[in-house]
Design a protein around this ligand. Sequence first.
Ligand code: GH3
Ligand code: MG
Ligand code: MG
Ligand code: MG
Length: 311
Amino acid sequence: FYVRPTVAQLLRSVEQFYSSPSLKPYKVLIMDDSHSQALFCEHALNRVGMVTYIVTEPLTILDAMELFEPEIIIMDMYMPGCTGTELASVIRQQVAYLRLPILFLSGEGNKDIQLNAMKLGGDDFLTKPVAPKHLVSIVQTRCERGRVLNDLIIRDSLTGLFNHTHILDKLKQACRHAKEHNEDLCFAMVDIDLFKKVNDSYGHTVGDKVISTLSLFLKQRLRGSHSIGRYGGEEFAVVFPNTEEDEALFVMNEIREAFNQLEHSSEQGEFKVSFSCGICRFTGENEEHIIEQADEALYKAKHRGRNNIQC
Ligand code: GH3
Ligand code: MG
Ligand code: MG
Ligand code: MG
């Protein structure tokens, strides 16, 4: 007797198992009113390590998507209450799901119906019966490409950190989560000190290297649960979910000291760089307020002589 895990349980076990994002198994949502049909797909995909979630009630698909955050949907065509084509077109109306691959899997052999399904939101149309190998290969390719595309959209090209838009999204999400679960949340703004002088003295390529080095430092020394972004030029932002102010301050201070020890090299010789940081904790307001507060703290840190952190 097997009890299906809830979405939350499923995701928690995946998170625990795979800490590196590149190792994370693909998440596939299977929409099929027939549970036995869905199980056929599930077996094929689970065998190659993908994580699946089955939805049999068409009208619950949007809720399931929000919770499970699939990387692809395998969509049945005929279901009670609506067709797969209708569902796909509803999903496509949400900007967030414009890039989500939808793969139709149905016994429907009529080419016009298939083409219409693709026109209204599908990316591929596979007809049943399908060989498990074939299904796996298409899902794999689509998910792989999806991750590459997604990275291009959410990451900064110089540092590989989250870009401005995405770190703000992360902060928004974290604020919502902290409010709902009554958890701590901290936010840090980092700004490299006197960076104009670095550029002026050693050139912009050396300046870029300093930015990359600090990014690497933040990535290596912060935990996977922390979101790190390049807020702007030589400014970074860190979201610390479930973290008290003292702890965030402690961690950032260690990073600040270690970074300040580094010798950066240039044609003109070696040099040291420091950064200042402002930290604030979430007190229930919106994300704009938290950014303003961190900014204010950062301004204080600069005013107090730089190379220090204020809350
Ligand atoms: P402060 O300690 O007050 O922050 O001094 P600062 O010189 O760092 O101040 P400011 O923020 O005015 O200067 C930031 C400089 O960073 C200006 C800009 O030329 C440089 N910069 C911004 N983005 C990049 C980048 O991607 N690469 C390089 N090399 N320089 C950048
Ligand atoms: Mg059906
Ligand atoms: Mg600046
Ligand atoms: Mg600066």
